[in-house]
Write a protein that binds this ligand. Structure first.
Ligand SMILES: Nc1nc2c(ncn2[C@@H]2O[C@H](COP(=O)(O)OP(=O)(O)O)[C@@H](O)[C@H]2O)c(=O)[nH]1
Ligand SMILES: [Mg+2]
Length: 333
């Protein structure tokens, strides 16, 4: 089995760290040592764009055949730009899963999510995979797509496993393809894997010639502790309702590998009000216990080793409106 590595030293924006400072001369089909002309290596950044909940993270996981990005049926689950690397011998596609383009941000956190998404689309992408939901999309409300003129766009209509009339699909396709100047359209189901291989082939074909940006074999640029906090957050989205999941930030305080014993992962869940703390913990701590058990099992499956997960709950009043707390919890402001 291929070994998975998730992290790269010195976390930071992918492009600033990995792009060469000066453009390098194009490689016109490098000559291998024996004088045989080899196919040039291709590599590039592919932004997954679109509104929250259209299925961007599901597509990323399907492309990677590995669950890297957390998914839930509730909107705004993804809060960070997540890099997922798909590679072969001659290519490296660096996917940027974005939180999504929220129409009307309600607080500082949502504003930050929107800015982060727009930035990934504008600055980092060699190719944009713009996704719309076959059921929810309204061809009359295309809105601001944030796509920079000149960036190639592939339009993806997702959730085509759902029952949607052809006339509606055609109208969505026409409206979005025109607004985005997309030259290719795919109808897929990221959930069922329908059309994903064809989309993948198209993406790889469009990558520019380039050396790899990341060491081969690497799956992401984040530390394992980042994925630990995401896995806890995903379980919060799964187990709690209404406003609760949106009001929770997870900070991993300790991630310690222990020789011959389970790793220690200690994390704090920040909520906005005392009442939310009570709900997370539940009667006699029952709900927090269930959350801890489930998140621990998911984390162990992700890491492929045993861990001891401990969770604490603290109140940080209205943290979603407070730039300092947002920064402390790892959100760009
Ligand atoms: N029926 C159907 N549901 C999907 C499909 N892709 C994603 N979903 C669901 O849509 C919801 C949002 O997916 P997610 O990947 O988190 O969307 P994101 O916010 O764009 O990243 C989840 O409940 C997914 O299971 C699909 O192809 N078909
Ligand atoms: Mg997502």
């Amino acid at each position: 089995m291929q070994t998975k590595r998730y992290f790269f030293e010195n976390e930071g924006p992918a492009r600033s760290r990995c792009r060469p400072a000066e453009p390098t001369a194009p490689a016109p089909g490098r000559i291998a040592r024996l004088g045989v002309l080899t196919t040039p290596h291709k590599a590039g950044f592919v932004a997954l764009a679109g509104r929250p909940n259209v299925g961007k993270s599901t597509l990323l996981n399907s492309l990677l055949k590995f669950k890297l990005s957390i998914v839930s049926h509730k909107p705004q689950t993804t809060r960070h730009r997540i890099l997922g690397i798909l590679e072969g011998e001659q290519f490296q596609a660096c996917f940027l899963d974005t939180p999504g383009l929220i129409d009307e941000p309600a607080d500082q956190l949502q504003k930050s999510l929107r800015v982060e998404s727009a930035r990934a689309i504008r600055e980092d992408a060699d190719l944009i995979v713009y996704m719309v939901d076959a059921v929810e999309a309204d061809p009359r409300k295309v809105g601001d797509t944030h796509v920079r003129p000149g960036t190639p766009v592939v339009l993806v209509i997702n959730k085509c496993d759902r029952d949607v009339p052809e006339t509606k699909l055609a109208a969505i396709e026409a409206a979005y393809a025109a607004a985005l100047k997309a030259d290719k359209v795919f109808r897929i189901s990221a959930l069922k894997g329908q059309g994903v291989e064809e989309l993948k082939a198209e993406i790889i074909a469009r990558l520019p010639e380039s050396e790899p940006f990341y060491e081969k074999g690497q799956l992401s640029d984040r530390w394992e502790r980042f994925f630990a906090s995401e896995i806890v957050r995903e379980q919060v989205f799964d187990l709690y309702h209404d406003e609760i999941p949106h009001a929770v930030a997870v900070v991993v305080e300790t991630f310690r590998e222990n020789q011959g014993k389970p790793d220690d992962v200690f994390a704090t869940l920040y909520v906005e009000r005392d009442g939310q703390k009570g709900i997370i913990i539940g009667k006699a701590g029952k709900d927090l216990h269930r959350l801890t058990e489930r998140a621990q099992a998911m984390l162990e499956a992700f890491l492929g080793r045993t861990v001891t997960l401990e969770l604490w709950v603290k109140v940080r009043k209205d943290w979603r409106k407070d730039p300092r707390s947002l920064k402390e919890f790892g959100y760009s402001t």
